[in-house]
Design a protein around this ligand. Structure first.
Ligand code: IMP
Ligand code: MG
Length: 184
């Protein structure tokens, strides 16, 4: 368990409101998600795991090691937040994956679904590239969004409607390296 001193050392003094998911909670949940995903995709199925950067980088790294199937990994970058803690609704694709999606099983990996803008913008775009299937997996879901273009098949945790940091999630690019998830 992270002590308050450990936390402040890592955040550079920023107080966290509370630790919501510990390192152990996350590891247990990610392992279970990996098992579910493994079962969902039959063997040799040409699975492409697409991580949405930057927020998903730690989750994706842990998740793919729990998927006992051959996978390819690629990334895309969609920026939806500036320096603030509220979604602006303006989703920009800053990096587009090089992998060909046509005829492949694609698993899009998100860190967190908040307003749903990112998903709603990306799903039609990726669908247009003719994947054999497209599924979403998100570590956190705030359930604030109006109906989504596609519901995630796998959700790690039902997240509180607070601003969360750690395990890849940032606030103004800080705190991604916290091994737990906290609210500020
Ligand atoms: P949406 O487009 O509003 O659903 O938000 C998606 C993106 O916003 C996520 O991939 C995160 O990068 C970011 N985001 C949403 N909520 C949070 C939060 O609580 N903490 C940090 N980043 C967040
Ligand atoms: Mg972010």
């Amino acid at each position: 368990m992270a002590t308050p001193t450990d936390v402040q050392r890592r955040t550079g003094g920023q107080q966290v409101r509370r630790i919501i998911y510990s390192q152990d909670d996350i590891a247990t949940r990610v392992a279970a998600m990996g098992r579910d995903i493994t079962e969902f995709y039959p063997e040799g199925d040409n699975l492409l795991v697409l991580g949405l950067l930057k927020g998903s980088f730690i989750f994706l790294a842990d998740l793919v090691r729990e998927i006992a199937r051959p996978v390819h990994v690629d990334f895309l970058v969609a920026a939806s937040y500036g320096a603030g803690t509220v979604s602006t609704g303006d989703v920009r694709l800053v990096y587009d994956p090089e992998a060909n999606l046509s005829g492949r099983h694609v698993l899009l990996v998100e860190d967190i679904i908040d307003s749903g803008n990112t998903i709603n913008r990306l799903v039609p775009l990726l669908e247009g590239r003719g994947p054999k299937s497209l599924e979403l997996c998100t570590l956190l879901h705030k359930r604030l969004a109006a109906p989504l273009a596609r519901d995630p098949r796998w959700v790690g945790f039902e997240a509180p409607a607070e601003f969360l940091i750690g395990y890849g999630l940032d606030h103004s690019e800080k705190y991604r390296n916290l091994p737990f998830i906290a609210s500020i």
